[in-house]
Design a protein around this ligand. Sequence first.
Ligand SMILES: *Cc1c(COP(=O)(O)O)cnc(C)c1O
Ligand SMILES: [Zn+2]
Length: 462
Amino acid sequence: MDSAFQQCINPDCRATFDVSEVLTACKHCHGLLDISYDWDRIPVPSTLSEFEARWSERLQPLNLSGVWRFRELLQFAPEKQIVTIGEGQTLLQRNDRLAQLCDMKPGTLYLQYEGMNPSGSFKDNGMTAAATHAHMTGASMTACASTGNTSASLAVYAAVSGLFRCIVFIGSGRIAFGKLSQALDYGARTIQVRGDFDDALKRVRELCQKHPIYLCNSVNPFRLEGQKTIMLRVLEGLGWQVPDWILVPGGNLGNSSAFGKAFAELKQLGLIDRIPRLAVINAAGAETLNQFWNTDSLRWESGRPDPATISSRFEQMDRTDHRASTVASAIEINRPVNLIKALRALDTCNGVVRSVSDQQIIDCRAQIASAGFGCEPASGASLAGLLQLRSEGVIGRDDRVACILTGHELKDPDLTMAYHSGDPELHQKKLVPAGIHNTPLANPPVVVNNDEQEILTALGLA
Ligand SMILES: *Cc1c(COP(=O)(O)O)cnc(C)c1O
Ligand SMILES: [Zn+2]
């Protein structure tokens, strides 16, 4: 595949490497890597609707996949080496009820429901690409550190394909049982490190440098190529029109980075004529990007963001042993590995960053669920961010917005139950975060004796 290559994003380096190499950083300057393409040599369709036509040829596994249906936009692997399990069968869903909640016009608010992936989160979009590259490079062992969903995703690709073993590192902090149980069920060797996610990631990166183990965290540039297609499906859901805003929760910032790259490439290829704005939403307890963007005014600066600003904040975090803490475990991350790429995406998309409280996250999660879409807490951040940007007037009543629902509700049922039942035992087990006492959408089960009269009374029919 000599029409694709790996390339350092540092403008003072721009070193290139063959796609057959297994790298997670530039060999010269340790910068992040992109997958770049020689577009003149790739038969990219001249209109986006040609991709849509592949729906009708879904017996072909590459057309069934919501990622590889767009394969010309991520053409780094020979077709016969692509590892797919039918990921990306997700749809954009209009939701007027939530539009009303946000004081927006009907037909303006859409949900991209990525919980409907094989492992229940958007991570499968990226993992199919990483698994493909692992296969291309002959890897027999793969690994990741995870707050849960990355491990569930990698484990399912390892199990279904049978191509490689899988090792998962988790921290000893919050991990939703729905996610951990998947990794165990799919046969991943699971190592629980005493430390948090950032510690586990540092450890697994070292291990993969020293041993022939293929790293599948989002520093892996191939993963982000797969995640670009989430934006293609958003456009497809709007009849190939470009929305005004994309809202996405930010953790390690792989998704935000991938979205920006997708739009930059589509614009460059002349497949879209404008780029939507991007809103990256942090949890208040894990708001490193928000701090950099809004407090330090750190910007992309054509690839030269101020290194002193970055190091001084990270050093301060180290000095005070600052740890991320939020109910939204999927975004409980202090040191987002894709920070620099996310700055680029925010530049490409004229983006904004906000942070929202745990209370807002769990209430919005419940609001989304009450509209019929079950998602996990992190996904609630998209709607919480939308409400905030609406109240600031940054997002208008007529703007067309897509909120990315990153993971499925059943990943974290403990929190949902705690929210609805108000069970003091669940509060004691700290399933409901400290400081959260309001559960305005709580819908607890009503306990009655097995007696018709009591049941009718409970139903208000007596
Ligand atoms: C991984 C994950 C995120 C965070 O995505 P990043 O690309 O790391 O910013 C958000 N929500 C869910 C459900 C996730 O699994
Ligand atoms: Zn470099």
